[in-house]
Structure formats: structure tokens, C-alpha cells
Design a binder for this molecule. Sequence first.
Ligand code: FMN
Length: 184
Amino acid sequence: MQALELLTTRSSMPRLQAPAPNSEQLNVMFRAAARAPDHVQLMPYRFIVFEQQQLDELGQLFKQAAEQQQLSDLDVERAQQLPSRAPLVIVAIACYQNHEKVPQWEQLASAACATCMLQQAAFAQGFGAIWRSGWLTESELLREQLGVSSSEAIIGFMYVGTAVVAMPTKPDKDWSGKVRFWAG
Ligand SMILES: Cc1cc2nc3c(=O)[nH]c(=O)nc-3n(C[C@H](O)[C@H](O)[C@H](O)COP(=O)(O)O)c2cc1C
């Protein structure tokens, strides 16, 4: 896929199945993520990869998190099933460091760029992916079980796999009102 085609047609894919990216393809994804703009090279992010039977473990953690939130039985069951929507789930975490020149918002921006580039590199290799978040990003139980410290934030769950249906090319959004060429 050509770079500009990738950048101008990116579309999320929620319907995913095996195969997932292999280790070589995952390496490419993380290499791309590490190219994210990054003020003074803090690399303020990290990723945790779940695949195969580890997805069941993640489902158990989601279930326990839902129980802790005292969700309904149905929602607890739903939470447990969430990771089964893809053959690979990557938890994206922003890691904040104290730095006099780089405030937290810049580090979050960098982590978000890295996560987006991870997704783009999945697309570039023919996979589908979708970035999801929701209440689980704030779950204390999940944070603790995943070893997310008080200076870190879960910023999403990237579901990755092979698209079940052809990747839709959505029409371009009208961006014209978002750009102004300064004329004084
Ligand atoms: C930080 C972040 C969190 C998101 N969380 C969710 C989510 O929990 N569920 C969801 O369906 N989409 C979520 N999205 C949106 C999808 O990833 C996707 O961008 C959206 O469905 C639009 O599709 P598109 O990427 O093809 O334009 C999130 C996006 C971002 C950037």
C-alpha cells in the first residue's frame, strides 16, 4: 500500500478474525509506533500484547473488573467476551515522566501518535484494527492487574486481526472548515 493511500483512506475495522500479525509483522508495528513525534525522546508509552490463550486471561480480567463495578450479570458476561472480538489485542499505555520541558499533555499526544502509527502499520501490512477505550481504561482492578502505575494511563485497546469483510473506504470528511490560511 502506498503511503498516501494509507494516510488518506485509513478506516477502522471492528470485524476481525485470525490470522493476527506474526511476530515479524508485530515488530514492524512497534517500530512504526516508536517513530511517533516525541519531544526529547521520552518514549512516553508502552504496549502489552495479548494473543491466543492470553485473550482468555484478558477476558477474565475484564470480567473481574466488571464485577468490581457491580455491573449486571449480562454486562459481566459481555465484558468477559470483549477480547474475543479479535485474535490480538494490544493495550496502549501512556507513561508520564516528570520533565521540565515536556508537560503531561505532550506525552499523552506522543503516546496517542504512537498508538495511531501502530494501527497504520497494521493496515499497511494488510490487517484490520480498531482502537477502543471505554470504562475499562479507568478500572482500578484492571490497572492493578496489568501493572499500570499511578503515573501511567491506559489510553486504549487496539484490536487487530484480519478483516472479516472487505475494508470499507469511507468518503472523505469535509475538512475545509477546519483549515484557515492566515490572511491577517
Ligand atoms: C482514544 C480513542 C478511543 C476510542 N474508543 C472507542 C470505543 O471504545 N469504541 C468504539 O467503537 N470506537 C472507539 N474509538 C473510535 C474508533 O477507533 C474509530 O476511530 C471510529 O469508529 C471511527 O472509525 P474510523 O477510524 O474508520 O474513522 C476510539 C478512538 C480513539 C482515538
